[in-house]
Design a protein around this ligand. Structure first.
Ligand code: SAH
Length: 236
């Protein structure tokens, strides 16, 4: 009996140190659960690993301290250098489209704060994420490490993808492009899926789902109208 008790206590301690075990002592946990219920579940997000990840990742750690009080509202927030962290519904929607599962290899283009990368990682994906601003790549890398999320961050132009790590089971693009970058289609594995906002810089944009079948045939489907910051080129 005594040894069983010891095992239980050790188990609880280990949980408290894990990324989502932190929930236990997280003062914002109830706000987060309410956000997931009100803005995701009620609005049709259904994929269990996606919802679980959205319930566990502390969004307030990914926004500037002065905006932390607004972290669980369903809106995008500025993260510096003219960039934004997407609203929670869009993060969940893009995550659900690729159906993240443990072990999946996922490329994200547009690291920003690192929040979407953390959500993908919490859902079990092996995440590779690219950011064109060195400053954002550096701070997101440090933040993800501090919070215990495994994701490899690279300062680079996502238009070119990450050829050394291809192919990817899924690709999530979080900046709007005028077209679907051919390198990303190439780096998608047959049977893989990409979700990407496409449209003009400040005009109409649509979120597209791009699927490559086992024979390499690519099919594109329009999912919903969106408003993302533009995809840039040239390292900054
Ligand atoms: N996914 C982010 C938010 C993305 S905002 C989050 O969860 O916080 C879009 C990001 O894409 C910005 O940080 C912007 O700097 C970056 N970006 C724009 N063009 C890019 C490109 N060509 N390659 C990589 N990142 C790019």
């Amino acid at each position: 009996m005594r040894s069983l008790f010891a095992v239980f206590v050790l188990g609880s301690l280990a949980l408290a140190g894990a990324p989502d075990g932190g929930r236990v002592a997280d003062p914002r946990a109830s706000e987060r659960l309410e956000m997931v219920q009100r803005h995701l579940v009620s609005e049709g997000i259904r994929d269990p690993p996606t919802l679980e990840a959205m319930r566990s990742v502390p969004r307030h750690e990914f926004v500037p301290p002065s905006l932390a009080s607004a972290a669980y509202q369903n809106r995008p927030l500025p993260i510096g250098l003219g960039q934004t962290i997407s609203q929670p519904y869009i993060v969940a929607y893009q995550t659900e489209v690729i159906r993240p599962r443990p072990g999946m290899k996922v490329l994200e283009v547009g690291t920003g704060s690192g929040y979407q990368a953390a959500v993908l990682s919490a859902a079990g994906a092996r995440v590779y994420t690219m950011e064109i601003f060195a400053e954002l790549a550096t701070s997101a890398r440090a933040r993800l490490e501090r919070l215990g999320y495994r994701a490899t961050v690279r300062h680079g132009d996502g238009n070119l993808g990450w050829p050394e790590e291809a192919h990817f089971d899924a690709i999530v693009v979080t900046a709007a492009s005028s077209h679907i970058p051919p390198a990303l289609v190439e780096q998608l594995r047959p049977g893989g899926r990409m979700v990407i906002p496409v449209g003009s810089m400040y005009g109409a944009q649509n979120l597209l789902q791009v699927e490559k079948d086992a024979d390499g045939v690519v099919r594109t489907r329009i999912l919903l109208p969106v408003a993302f910051v533009p995809m840039l080129s040239g390292l900054r």
